[in-house]
Design a protein around this ligand. Structure first.
Ligand SMILES: [Zn+2]
Length: 343
């Protein structure tokens, strides 16, 4: 090997070494700088998220008390007793109504005579909430007669005892009940649809089950709703009839005077027509506010039912009793799952 060739080889090896060194250096740069860049980016992101103003809807906590004063002095015109004709088919709106109740301090207005609603020993009763009983596939507020029949049969076969509203209140208040019922259940029907007398009444009568109807007297004889003769038939069949507002209004949208009219006029008409006591209210759409509670207390209502989901207990505030919505589209199994297994 001559000197030239040796020198050529030497430079070639040297160039190779430099290339390797260079590549090593580059790869070292890549692996060490990339994470830093990412960290910087993350830090920038964190900083930017901290400095970004909080969106308005999250910037303030919900108010402890409703914005509306407890008893507005504003005098509005009292609505006409003649209601507009509502659609006979119930809508899902009642179930998806905005939770007006969340901003209300519920224990401000205690019914007269109620000393301690939050009893230490708990009484818990499922209160089932039905509406219309007919065939209307896809409408969760409507249950078919066949499904209602299957549910009543299940209750009967499995030792549940649908009770009257009076027995329900006696149980909640721990008053002695003549014969304490086994696995008590309260069946409630809202609104006063004509199918309650045509479909529900015969099914319940078959099992000798009582029920409670919350009706809006201003809608009596409207198409699709019960007339007074039919309401009397239900009463004679063992149904308790109680008020649900005169015209099924959104109560929190009304003035104190309008609310008082809706609540007390409904009660007065039921008591006059049926000669009964109608002092257990049911909020239309499940909606109420502080004014509603004051009206209920001022006029001596004993209890009020919501559409908040759960068993009713003697530890709940008397004007915010829970119920269990019966979805007409659900299976019998889903219905069974709602019921308490022991009692
Ligand atoms: Zn209703």
């Amino acid at each position: 090997m001559n000197v030239r060739r040796k020198r050529f080889l030497f430079y070639t090896v040297l160039a190779g070494l430099f290339t390797l060194l260079f590549l090593f250096f580059i790869s070292g740069l890549n692996s060490s700088t990339a994470p830093i860049l990412i960290e910087v980016q993350a830090e920038e992101l964190i900083q930017s998220s901290v400095s970004t103003p909080v969106p308005a809807e999250f910037s303030s906590l919900p108010p402890d008390k409703p914005e509306q004063p407890p008893f507005p002095t504003q005098v509005d015109t009292i609505p006409s007793p003649t209601p507009s004709v509502p659609a006979p088919t119930p809508s899902v709106q009642e179930l998806t109504a905005p939770p007006q109740t969340t901003s209300v301090t519920v224990d401000t207005y205690m019914p007269n005579g109620v000393v301690t609603p939050y009893a230490s020993s708990k009484v818990s009763i499922p209160v089932l909430n039905y509406h219309s009983v007919t065939i209307d596939p896809g409408n969760v507020v409507v249950i078919s007669p066949a499904k209602l029949e299957a549910q009543m049969k299940y209750l009967s076969d499995h030792g549940y005892t649908p009770i009257s509203l009076t027995t329900f209140i006696n149980l909640i208040e721990k008053k002695s009940v003549h014969a304490a019922p086994d696995k008590p259940v309260l069946l409630t029907f809202d609104d006063g649809y004509v199918d309650n007398v045509e479909e529900a009444m015969p099914i319940l009568a078959k099992y000798n089950f009582p029920a409670t109807l919350f009706m809006s007297p201003g809608m009596v004889e409207d198409a699709g709703y019960l007339n007074w003769e039919q309401v009397k038939q239900l009463q004679q069949a063992g149904w308790d009839i109680q008020p649900h507002g005169m015209t099924h209004p959104h109560l929190p949208k009304l003035s104190a005077e309008q609310q008082a009219y809706e609540i007390t006029e409904a009660r007065k008409l039921i008591e006059e027509k049926l000669g009964t006591q109608a002092d257990v209210f049911c909020y239309p759409y499940g909606e109420y506010n502080q004014t509603t509670l004051k009206v209920l207390k001022d006029y001596g209502f004993r209890y009020a039912f919501t559409i908040d989901q759960g068993y009713t207990t003697n530890q709940q505030y008397p004007y915010s009793l829970k119920r269990l919505f019966i979805n007409g589209e659900e299976s019998l199994k889903a219905f069974i799952n709602k019921l308490p297994k022991t009692n």
